[in-house]
Design a binder for this molecule. Sequence first.
Ligand SMILES: N[C@@H](CCC(=O)N[C@@H](CS)C(=O)NCC(=O)O)C(=O)O
Length: 197
Amino acid sequence: MKLYWCPKTRALRAAWMLEELGVPYERVLIDIRDPVAKADPAFRAVSPMGKVPALEDGAVRLWDSGAICIYLADRYPAAGLAPAISDPARGAYLQWVLYTNAVIEPAMAEKFSNATVSAGAHGWGSYEAMLDVLRQGVAAGPWVLGERFSAADVLLGTSCRFLIMFGLVKDDPVLAAYLARCEARPAFQRAVATDSL
Ligand SMILES: N[C@@H](CCC(=O)N[C@@H](CS)C(=O)NCC(=O)O)C(=O)O
């Protein structure tokens, strides 16, 4: 597998996921701030919008952090990072594994841009609703599915990291404690240790 990545980006999600799985992969650095690097044809064949992370696994090509985490969890079921399709926990898993890119990300964009939103019409509701539901989801812990760590935590954990790092969330004991649990995982630490040029 080839992971197209760039430090200090959403590619951290895919790197953490791969470290959790402990499977071999090759990293291909794409400096997304460099238009020449971004135009690399091999990269654009995997990531048509020129975004990282992107993953190539044989004939499979994916270029969204959520899709990559879902794909990898299902591709390596022995690691237990996704409940099986027949498992009742699959419902909650799907809900949360999609929450980052379907709800948190657009809500963060709303906040950053001071956009006026219609909570009923916009799919993510509102920034405040997004945070309330996220807090409810991770409060009991240790993970969003309870005792079971999953790919959903890779996405939610990195989202909490970005929310806190960008200063959108301050003095939030629930989210801070959840992030601390994520940061204590050796796979997370390996991914962060290599998240530089
Ligand atoms: N929905 C995508 C978003 C990916 C994305 O926007 N990545 C940023 C870096 S964090 C990027 O590659 N930006 C470069 C660009 O758009 O030019 C995902 O979750 O992977």
